[in-house]
Design a protein. Sequence first.
Length: 82
Amino acid sequence: DSLSKAEKGSALYQAAIAVGSAYMVNIIRSPKMAVGRAKAYGAALTAIHSAMMDPQQYKSDDTLLAVWLLGLYEVILDERSR
């Protein structure tokens, strides 16, 4: 429910894009997509950093979910290296 309501550019939205990109790179294994995955991860980190600096957003469920999704991103990347 939270993800479907996430605003474009929000930490949650950006984290979801990063996870989706990591998943697709694992399947397609394209160098061009790997660059897109890295950019999506950077955008997610930037959005989460901004959310953590905001007095309202830093304690929101969406921010927590975005951080959790980036943990999932790391798991997906780790699976690729095995």
